[in-house]
Design a protein around this ligand. Structure first.
Ligand code: MN
Length: 388
């Protein structure tokens, strides 16, 4: 994707301009980002998904058993027939994993790293439906799929921003409106993290939210140090072979702090381990139970592909790659593999292709390491045969 091509999705901005001026900085409203957009899924299909055990869904009722009542799915079939005429919202997470046409929308966001994208949540709201004024700690693109929604934006928030008490949701107690727009199908609003927003359905209304992953500093530190500590033997300890006799035995001297700092720096600076951890962390599937496969021999794989089989990415799997020295790392759904540098084009193909087949794999079918890798990915469940 050429970063200097103006994009309709970004209202005629290039990806480079959008990243420089808006991304993580300020909101952007784009009228007809998706011209003549027709939602690939309707309200009944969305409600149908919310009945499924493996799908994560919530219902928000502004005037439920308590204000802003939240109910968690999966729901019973009659749950929707008993709802009031207005002021409720159904939210369904990760619809991109269950409806391929929704997953395809993400192709338009290829100017951003795929490992930063979390999911496409779809909400359906009756007139007046809202989840209240709130803020999120991640970026979001809000695409209007059907009907109209009024969006108000407000102040930049943080964890000290006052919230309503006794609420199932994190609803802001104060909302300082700075702007508002009514979005129609195909219109899209980009919001940076922590900006207060308040969307209210004007009629039966469906909104797509493309959400992002951004680990908190606390998560980075706890998860990375957990990961690192697996590689550290118990005998590796605080050492002070350079210590001098102390004048006050009760005082912790700053030379002890220096030794600690160098212990930390030594391990934190291990770039290969940092990269390995990060790639694994960012490709962890949202629903690991949906990523499972079966063992397959290399002969079986070649036979199937030569008979025209298609290998496709499991929509619940996440893939990314990176380079380390002369080698490559492939990250697949929370696991990593160190691979020789000559597999670069294969890794790029595995990560990017809609489907792998005899034609686009070509000579890779004769590459022993490449074949082993493909079998491992099938076994792990990140790749699978189409129509199975
Ligand atoms: Mn939000």
């Amino acid at each position: 994707m050429n970063p200097d091509t103006p994009l309709q999705l970004l209202g005629g901005l290039t990806a480079r301009e959008f990243m420089r001026d808006y991304w993580q900085k300020k909101p952007l409203l784009v009228r007809q980002a998706f011209p003549d957009f027709e939602s690939p899924i309707d309200a009944d299909e969305l409600a149908g998904l919310a009945l499924e055990e493996e799908v994560e869904s919530r219902l928000i009722l502004e005037h439920g058993e308590r204000p802003w009542e939240m109910r968690r799915g999966p729901f019973e079939e009659d749950a929707f027939s008993q709802l009031p005429a207005r002021d409720w919202t159904l939210l369904v997470q990760a619809v991109d994993q269950f409806v391929p046409e929704v997953g395809e929308l993400l192709e338009h966001f290829r100017f951003l790293p795929s490992w930063r994208i979390d999911d496409v949540m779809i909400s359906f709201a009756a007139p007046g439906g809202s989840v209240g004024p709130h803020f999120d700690n991640y970026d979001v693109f809000l695409l209007q799929g059907q009907g109209k929604r009024n969006w108000k934006i407000g102040q930049v928030c943080d964890s000290d921003s006052p919230l309503l008490e006794h609420s199932d949701l994190r609803i802001l107690a104060e909302f300082e409106q700075s702007d508002e727009w009514t979005l129609e199908p195909g219109d899209m609003l980009y919001l940076p993290p922590r900006l207060a927003h308040y969307g209210i359905a004007e009629d039966d209304c469906m909104t797509y939210s493309v959400g992002f992953r951004a680990p908190s500093a606390a998560e980075v530190l706890t998860h990375f140090t957990d990961f690192l500590s697996q590689f550290l033997p118990d005998e590796e300890r605080y050492t002070d072979a350079d210590a001098k006799p102390v004048s006050d035995p009760h005082q912790i001297q700053h030379d002890a702090l220096d030794r600690l700092k160098s212990l930390l720096t030594e391990h934190m600076a291990d770039e290969r381990l940092l990269l390995t951890w990060f790639g694994q962390f960012m490709t962890e599937p949202r629903y690991p139970e949906l990523v499972s496969g079966e063992a397959l021999s290399e002969e079986e794989l070649i036979d199937s592909l030569e008979q025209g089989a298609l290998l496709i990415r499991n929509p619940s799997a996440r893939l990314a790659w990176s380079e380390v020295d002369d080698n490559l790392l492939l990250f697949a759904s929370g696991q990593s593999r160190l691979l020789p540098g000559d597999l670069r084009e294969l890794l790029k193909l595995i990560c990017a292709a809609d489907a792998l087949h005899a034609e686009n794999l070509g000579e890779w079918l004769g590459n022993e390491t490449g074949l082993t890798l493909l079998c491992e990915l099938v076994k792990q469940g990140s790749l699978g045969f189409a129509n199975e």
